[in-house]
Design a protein around this ligand. Structure first.
Ligand SMILES: Cc1ncc(COP(=O)(O)O)c(C=O)c1O
Length: 464
């Protein structure tokens, strides 16, 4: 009878996969034996597998450049990384090995840019695309960048008033972008995004406030579809509206030459998921070219700001099962040694699913379980995967530890969870390690980025 955990996985998915393989009933992630990592560092444990970041960036560059070559697209493709998806220095250091640009979201992002410049990781030609609502400190910091010679800093105006704030503080000519407020997917509570400027106000804003002011060079139109880049009528419709607006604006604004389509390239959240990246890149590029050419407009340089796509698949969290509870005839709870709310807040906040796999005991029988976190919050649990509303793990054997891993968790979880701050029931932030490979790509090595949060650090924050 095929009732082992390995049978279940092999029957449900194409398995093994490039990233996930099995050796002696234990899981390897990118050929790294996770049991070795657990033996060395324990659990709960956050992992960043650095090489994946560069692989993702180069994959996107390849996809868009090939798509452009196929239709003889005359603009360039510019990969930007949106820092908000993971601000950590080791993430930016890896990402910046690949000749990319950066997108910022708030005032405190700018010291981060300065630090990268001091380290020699970026130069003054790097595009710094400044999104987000502009509070006075953010305006001041952006202006300081422009004034110090970062000539490719592009504040993207989020509302009509922001342009006035820059007037008094800019000493040099400044590139400007405008964010279009996208229409939301029909399932949303509202029709139009609060982020950005209404479609029908963009041309007027340009004519009244940007064109007459010699300080500004109107370079970029920006739009971002909150629900991501997907092959849906909704996405294509929004892209079309945006490119049409680009053409309208270009007719009265010759210096406009760039279109920023934001973030939203998806990542794998289930072993069953396949996304046709090639088709999407080709379709986006071809549609932009067709619309522009049909209106006699030269196609724009393309910018993307992929966050999840850059770092999501590099991250993982490993937990131990510390207890099993049977609360009725059918429901088995496996208690993890941390909390979902604090370490993977998206599982709680937006019911995000991730790839979840047992690390060991693949030769044991499996059963349906619920995973419980350590906080007292009844919502601190995980109960379903992207492809099925249930989870299965090996049956526990007395005396044998069981470890599990959540994969592709590298984007947003630390900033949403308030890494190193105060969290629910004072559950500490887990230890975080980095896995990298030597130059020849043969051996992997690990290094500790952060120890498990100490009670002293919490006491200090709490004022004790
Ligand atoms: C303006 C902007 N660009 C890019 C991103 C990155 O999106 P993703 O992580 O889905 O690629 C976001 C995410 O909120 C965003 O608001």
């Amino acid at each position: 009878m095929k009732n082992k955990y390995i049978d279940l996985i092999e029957q449900t998915f194409e398995f093994p996969q490039e990233e996930f393989t099995i050796e002696d009933n234990e899981l390897n992630f990118h050929d790294v034996p996770l049991m070795d990592i657990i033996k060395q560092y324990g659990t709960p444990l956050k992992i960043t597998y650095l090489p994946k970041i560069s692989q993702q960036i180069n994959k996107a560059k390849r996809l868009f450049n090939v798509a452009m070559a196929k239709v003889d697209y005359r603009g360039t493709y510019n990969y930007s990384y949106c820092t908000k998806s993971s601000h950590f220095s080791f993430i930016l250091e890896e990402a910046l090995k690949n000749d990319i640009h950066l997108e910022t979201s708030s005032a405190y992002d700018i010291p981060l840019i300065n630090s990268l410049y001091d380290e020699g990781l970026i130069d003054k030609n790097t595009y710094i695309i400044c999104n987000g609502f502009k509070r006075p400190q953010y305006v001041e910091n952006i202006a300081a960048l422009v004034n110090s010679g970062f000539h490719n800093t592009v504040p993207i105006l989020d509302n009509k008033e922001e342009i006035d704030l820059f007037n008094g503080v800019l000493e040099k000519r400044c590139k400007i972008g405008l964010r279009i407020a996208a229409e939301e997917e029909p399932k949303f509570d509202f029709y139009t995004s609060r982020l950005g400027i209404r479609y029908n106000e963009i041309l007027e804003l340009y004519k009244q406030k940007i064109k007459p002011n010699k300080k500004y060079e109107m370079k970029m139109l920006h739009f971002f579809i909150n629900t991501g880049i997907k092959d849906t009528a909704y996405y294509w419709n929004e892209l079309n509206r945006c490119v049409n607006l680009y053409c309208e604006l270009k007719k009265i604004c010759p210096e406009l030459d760039s279109l920023n389509i934001g973030g939203g390239f998806p990542i794998q959240t289930s072993l069953a998921m396949e996304f046709d990246y090639e088709y999407m890149a080709e379709e986006i590029v071809a549609q932009i070219k067709n619309i522009c050419n049909s209106q006699g407009i030269e196609e724009p340089h393309l910018f993307t700001e992929f966050g999840s796509f850059t770092v999501g698949e590099s991250g993982a969290v490993l937990y131990s099962i510390v207890n099993q509870k049977q609360q009725n005839d059918r429901e088995f709870w496996y208690m993890i040694d941390s909390s979902f709310i604090t370490t993977l807040p998206d599982t709680w906040g937006i019911h995000q699913r991730y790839i979840m796999l047992a690390i060991n005991n693949w030769d044991k029988e499996y059963q349906r379980v619920f995973l419980g976190g350590l906080t007292c919050d009844s919502e601190d649990y995980y109960s379903g995967e992207a492809h099925t509303n249930a989870i299965f793990l090996p049956k526990l054997v007395t005396g044998e530890p069981q470890y599990i891993g959540f994969f592709h968790t590298g984007a947003y979880q630390e900033s949403l969870g308030g890494f190193g701050g105060i969290q629910h029931c004072l559950i500490p932030a887990p230890k975080h390690i980095i896995i990298d490979r030597d130059k020849g790509d043969t051996e992997y090595y690990t290094r500790l980025f952060a120890k498990e949060q100490s009670y002293r650090s919490m006491m200090r924050i709490l004022g004790y």
